[in-house]
Design a protein around this ligand. Structure first.
Ligand code: GLY
Ligand code: MN
Ligand code: MN
Length: 442
């Protein structure tokens, strides 16, 4: 089933109007950054694809996210945005005549009117004054000596990253729409799983229903059957369906105007040992209870620690651990069952920028006990985060616990290990007083 492809709006305001306000607010915010850092302009490079060594083929390309923050053109290359005080942003769009490829084209959308568009056919940067901050991966260009500005001033880049932490109403509408497409994919993936498909078939069903080609997904879809569900970033798609259907984990998203959905669902198959479906429900309940606690002023690290507490209780309730929740946490049992963080900031990148920074740009690293946590911040209105608790049966992490005198029900662990693991993931907006779940219930 395909989603209905209407343009989203917020309380009757069109997406075009939300985007116009987004661009105007961004102009104001950039002007403040220019004042603080004493620069006259900020030039943002789109990036360009680099060929494989010795080849004329390139990997799939995604435009640099600071460029997308202004202009939803996820496939343009060799292009520039020039932002100056009191002037319309200039879009230098690289669109040479070409009969091998379709030249870059602008959509017929209202946001174009906010820009001074200058098509160009050379890959050289536009003329810049020397008080320009240059943002982008421009090493190859800088080597030619053609750039005169200050490349990637660290503190200024951190300030621009910080702007991206807080999503405008336009960005939230895009994230919501990306979620809608992704859910259509997840529903099709479940149907394909019930039809005994292979990982590749499930992936193709996901892409078809969510209306996207593989090169445009925000991250490589994770489609793991059985023990592959316990490989956190499983990267293959087996062509043949396995004989037994224990489990399916799908972690897959969608990009809408550059903005990423990042959703995970886990399903029990017809051959799953009976406690597995209940354990999926328990992890889903952990997700819901953490989401319930999301509000401005809440520390994400504390939510992550709460996840470990809930997980300890679930291990006890489901007969996997016969001690106390405190013991399970102190002995590292919950960390062996769930080695990743509770979630991360979400936006133009799936693991969005500034998650491990203070608002002033200084580092705020993950604590030693939870090194994989990607977001250490206090939640504020307009942040968008993922909430993705998990419970996995990963031999590499669990085996070292077997030699310790811990009350783990190894018989049940061994029985469930054919299922690989469970992750359930939603995308959540922090509002002025609490939160909104951007992921439709499924
Ligand atoms: N899809 C990667 C993640 O959930 O962080
Ligand atoms: Mn994910
Ligand atoms: Mn995620």
């Amino acid at each position: 089933m395909s989603p209905t492809f209407s343009m989203p709006s917020l309380s009757g305001t069109s997406l075009a109007e939300l985007q116009r306000r987004h661009i105007h607010d961004l102009q104001k915010a950039y002007e403040e950054v220019m004042t603080v850092f004493s620069v006259e302009a900020i030039a943002i490079y789109s990036g360009h694809a680099m060929p494989y060594f010795g080849d004329d083929q390139t990997p799939a390309f995604q435009t640099y996210a600071h460029f997308l923050h202004w202009a939803p053109l996820p496939e343009v290359q060799h292009s520039w945005l020039l932002i100056r005080k009191g002037a319309r942003p200039v879009l230098f769009l690289y669109a040479p005549e070409d009969y091998w490829h379709l030249p870059a084209q602008l959509p017929e959308e209202a946001w174009i009117d906010e820009f001074d568009v200058r098509p160009c056919s050379e890959t050289t940067p536009p003329p810049l004054c020397k008080h320009t901050a240059i943002i982008g991966d421009v090493d190859a260009l800088a080597a030619t000596g053609s750039l005169v500005g200050v490349i990637q001033p660290e503190a200024l880049l951190r300030a621009l990253d910080e702007l991206r932490m807080y999503k405008s109403d336009y960005e939230v509408a895009c994230l919501r729409e990306a979620n809608r497409y992704a859910i259509a994919g997840h529903q099709a993936a479940l149907t394909a799983f019930q039809g005994a498909s292979s990982e590749l078939d499930i992936q193709l069903a996901y892409l078809a229903a969510s209306r996207q080609r593989e090169s445009l997904v925000p991250y490589q879809n994770i489609v793991g059957l059985n023990q592959h569900a316990g490989v956190l970033h499983y990267q293959h798609y087996d062509i043949d369906a396995p004989r037994h259907r224990y489990s399916l984990l799908v972690d897959a998203g969608h990009r809408y105007r550059g903005y990423c959905a990042d959703l995970t669902r886990t399903h029990a198959g017809s051959d799953a040992p009976s406690p597995f479906a209940e354990l999926i429900q328990a992890v889903t309940a952990i997700k819901d209870s953490i989401i319930d606690a999301i509000a401005p002023g809440v520390s994400f690290l504390e939510l992550h620690e709460q996840m470990h507490h809930h997980l300890a209780e679930a291990l006890i309730t489901h007969d996997l651990f016969h001690g106390s929740a405190e013991q399970a946490i102190a002995a590292g049992v919950t960390r062996a069952f769930c080695p990743h963080g509770l979630g991360h900031s979400l936006g133009l990148q799936v693991h969005d920028v500034a998650g491990k920074r203070q608002p002033d740009g200084s580092p705020s690293p993950a604590p030693d006990l939870h090194p994989a946590l990607r977001l250490t911040r206090t939640l504020r209105p307009h942040m968008v985060v993922t909430v993705e608790p998990g419970c996995y049966f990963i031999p590499m992490l669990l085996d070292p616990l077997r030699t310790q005198p811990l009350p783990i029900n190894w018989t049940l662990v061994d029985q469930l290990s054919v299922c690989g693991g469970i992750r359930v993931e939603d995308n959540v907006l922090v509002t002025a007083d609490k939160h909104q779940n951007l992921t439709p219930s499924f």
